[in-house]
Design a protein around this ligand. Sequence first.
Ligand code: MIC
Ligand code: SF4
Length: 754
Amino acid sequence: MAFDIEMIKKVYDNLDAKVNAARKVVNKPLTLTEKILYAHLWDGQASTAFERGKSYVDFAPDRVAMQDATAQMALLQFMQAGRPQVAVPSTVHCDHLIQAKEGATKDLATANNQNKEVYDFLASVSNKYGIGFWKPGAGIIHQVVLENYAFPGGMMIGTDSHTVNAGGLGMVAIGVGGADACDVMAGLPWELKFPKLIGVKLTGKLSGWTSAKDVILKVAGILTVKGGTGAIVEYFGEGANSLSCTGKGTICNMGAEIGATTSIFGYDVKMADYLRGTGRADVAELADKVAVHLTGDEEVYANPSAYFDQVIEINLSELEPHINGPFTPDLAWPLSKFAAAVKEAGWPAKLEVGLIGSCTNSSYEDISRAASIAQQAVDKNLVAKAEFTITPGSEQVRYTVDRDGYLDIFGKMGGVVLANACGPCIGQWARHGAEKQEKNSIITSFNRNFAKRADGNPNTHSFVASPEIVTAFAIAGDLTFNPVTDTLTNEKGEQVRLDEPQGIELPIKGFAVEDAGYQAPAEDGSKVQVLVSETSDRLQLLAPFAAWEGTDVTSLKLLIKAKGKCTTDHISMAGPWLKFRGHLDNISNNMLIGAINFFNEKADSVKNQLTGEYGAVPATQRAYKAAGIGSIVVGDENYGEGSSREHAAMEPRHLGVRAILVKSFARIHETNLKKQGMLALTFANPADYDKIQEDDTIDIIGLTSFAANTPLTVVLNHKDGSKDEIKVNHTYNDQQIEWFKAGGALNIIRASVK
Ligand code: MIC
Ligand code: SF4
């Protein structure tokens, strides 16, 4: 049903020739990342070696994956590309729009009802253009992709930042905005700056309470949320080979949290076992034959600092369990130091809810290890003090862990099984009492913990850990508990200790499922009608953005100078807004409502320079738009961190913002801005951020000679009549400058159709 063995065969048949060609060009031993990247070059490019971090390169990915919240915009764009069918195998996964409230069955029924229009749209577009469709309830995109589509040595792009999860199965899998997906589905090359390479050498072996999750929690602490920007992280060493395939997936998944383009592990026995366990023995057999090309060269791993731009070494035997947070995934605490950190910082020590699962951590191994802790609560007369939820990653995992009795064990501990969907991970959590905005703590085995992300409450302190640690904490109901050293008092008043978790990598009886939730597209979709009602408040056909006017852009008003962290959740919040992901005008009403205004330290309160009054960001911008005045957004470091959602770029574009000027960008967001015809600029001197004043009117000079590697000038006209002139950098290449001039990349594809 699901995977395309012919496509995989083709990739493997060509691998030897392509890797050998790369060897000649690069002229030294190759990392795994280089092998896969060079093997996926768009035709006829491999004559010279690419410069890491500098050269823009065109690639030909093998497949595309999209989730429902981003697929709507991706496919609305694809519908305008004038192609009858997608050019590469592609799938849509319905996972983000299901709200978690009362448990799987009821929540799924409610979602099917509430989101009917959107699901029908996605199903019919998929049917028409030859895209595989995974129904609501089938599971979370990354887990479904790992189980069905990912393969060692392949290259995939996906409209979700955690597409990188498939690195656990040796694939270069990269998160992108919908416009990039649209290009690849339309048969065009996909462009990426040739990444830098970070090598992570893993020695030793995990034991006790430590799990794969702790590797990435530790790496996030070392590299921080921007340390992986522009880089691919390649894991190797005997420690890497000892990790399960799904454990590798967890590590790669959270590579998104350090800004890495993607992360990858070389093909090994664990991957072959997983392929066989998930019904793909034929893929394993093919991979075995080309195994030398599915891992880095020996010389590279023997002397990594000669081949990687940065090398990190972690000894798994010494690694402690970690807990990261609150409010950012890179604040890493080893378990032994966590209790003291909680006390010192005054974070609420009482734990309200523990949540396991999600796309990051819901493998059979994860569930079995967490269940081994839950079983002890039952056996040792412990009553879980915190609430506890389980979000399975796919129907296949859910069905199998249910068959094997694990869900029963969680039930006995008081756990609630939620739908196989994103749910609480993306603000789709109807958490009772959240509206009171009380200060409280939760802990999850998810990946992100930005403010308001889970339940919309800015005072929820969210921490990230492995499923087994989350389960232990949920039993204790206390963040200062250390399961390695502390005891708990049970119902009988006895002191009991939780033993180390025990898990099983792959189900002994094999995976099983009754209805995996897949719907194949029509052979010939030309007659399929895709309907979008003109009166819909959830879907809106896209109108082309206007082309550049051919002059410098001047007299822009400062819309907001955002202070500190400004993630895509701050720019285009998820949760309640997810329902407008297919309607650009409606979702634009959330533009930057989470960003903190530098001048008054408030969210969603900016000065309207036309009236002098403070108002909501979207309303203020709509006032500028109505007056025919452009504007500019100023931001701090790593602006646009987090999600791939291109809404964060399309909303400002739609409402008339002309430029985003920041200290630095997150990769996907910067590309999304360029694709939509926006100006994405960075301060040549970051300290110039301080020169931006609240009443500034701003000119961008140099656009008539806009060229690669040439900075632009920004003039800040202050209210008192004084001026500052500053240099701003950009990373546009010639092609991307054409996108800007055309008013967006899609306008160029559109023009080529006629
Ligand atoms: C996320 O984890 O933030 C999301 C929700 O999956 C996003 C995609 C989206 O905003 O729809 C992501 O990671 O790209
Ligand atoms: Fe869904 Fe959360 Fe994974 Fe994003 S990180 S795909 S919201 S489960």
